[in-house]
Design a protein around this ligand. Structure first.
Ligand code: HEC
Ligand code: HEC
Length: 287
């Protein structure tokens, strides 16, 4: 095969796969929540993807709190987002949901899983000076990824998040293999081409995402924004090129099999560099 025909075949394959992924794309799940089930054993890894058995709240006194936690993770925008009905509950500054990044309500093994997070906290900060609790770490996502305000440490919402994280359990940590370096230095201009060809179909050419309904209806996004005023801010983990490259390589287009990434390594790093170069809200320190 000549290099040129190989390139044409590659384009075709990538295009076809993107097409399939677009057809397979689903809005964030809003499965009905069944009421009673035993807590999963600590050694099992739950699956709240659309293909899995789904979330079932546990029996017992913690059940309601765990169910609220699940709702907060999957419908952050309508519960504690800027369009939440109660103005006093508007802690998040954008209309994302936690599971836009922590895929499948934190149960997706390659999509920033939250299963097993409870066992990592508290830890001691890198300067050795203070303890970082799970609540503190969660609030970093509130102020960075969600571009909002921290939740009060003793609020019902914080308790619900923590109850949910405990419920999804702490099976032994999984070691995701490290993200290999790109063959050549990541380049945002090449990334722009990858974006236009592969990502824009869902996240839109302007990067502002696509709502399920319309602005201010509190229903959030079918395809979340990747930059602009309603996105994560400059201090967020996803604004690190290496973290975005890893996430995108293994999980995007949404629905791709992480064992067979659709993007090659270079494309993943290039598109991550492109995302990093886009405008977004400043981090809290710069506000
Ligand atoms: C824009 C993407 C994004 C969104 C939205 C987001 N997070 Fe995160 N979150 C991250 C990244 C990236 C990390 C860091 C992962 C790492 O350190 O490897 C992280 C880490 C965490 C951790 C620590 C996990 C651990 O095992 O140490 C918790 C807890 C967490 N997020 C909770 C939340 C909650 C709750 C929400 C919603 C209120 C949320 N996140 C929204 C991207 C996001
Ligand atoms: C088939 C549609 C589709 C395509 C194509 C696609 N994505 Fe996504 N992407 C999604 C969906 C849906 C989510 C939210 C996941 C969820 O809620 O389950 C998402 C989430 C994300 C997130 C984390 C959430 C956020 O707002 O930052 C990033 C980053 C991302 N995509 C980057 C990309 C990049 C880069 C590409 C191109 C290489 C791409 N995506 C292609 C559908 C898509």
């Amino acid at each position: 095969m000549t290099p040129r025909s190989a390139a044409v075949v590659l384009l075709f394959v990538v295009g076809a796969a993107a097409g399939i992924a677009v057809l397979g794309a689903n809005p964030p799940p809003s499965k009905p929540i069944a009421s009673v089930a035993p807590a999963p054993s600590p050694s099992t890894w739950p699956d709240y993807s659309l293909n899995g058995p789904g979330f079932v709240a546990p029996a017992g006194p913690q059940g309601e709190l765990v169910a609220l936690g699940y709702k907060l993770v999957t419908e952050t925008f309508s519960t504690i987002g800027p369009e939440a009905p109660d103005p006093a509950k508007r802690f998040a500054g954008n209309n994302l949901s936690c599971q836009n990044c922590h895929l499948d309500a934190g149960t997706n093994r390659t999509g920033l899983p939250l299963v097993g997070s409870v066992r990592k906290y508290p830890w001691i900060s890198s300067d050795g000076k203070h303890e970082v609790t799970l609540r503190d770490r969660l609030n970093e996502c509130m102020t960075h990824s969600m571009n909002g305000k921290p939740l009060p440490l003793e609020s019902q919402e914080m308790d619900a998040f923590v109850a949910y994280l405990k419920f999804i359990g702490d099976p032994p940590a999984q070691h995701t293999p490290a993200m290999p370096h790109p063959p050549v230095l990541a380049n945002a201009a090449r990334g722009a081409e990858v974006y236009a060809r592969i990502c824009a179909a869902c996240h839109q050419p302007d990067g502002l995402g696509k709502r399920i309904g319309s602005a201010n209806d509190g229903r959030g996004y079918r395809f979340p924004p990747l930059w602009g005023p309603d996105s994560f801010n400059a201090a967020a983990g996803m604004n690190y090129v290496s973290i975005a490259a890893q996430f995108v390589w293994r999980n995007m287009p949404r629905g791709v099999d992480p064992r067979h990434p659709q993007l090659d390594l270079q494309q993943a790093w290039d598109v991550a560099a492109f995302l990093h170069a886009q405008p977004r809200p400043p981090g809290p320190a710069a506000r």
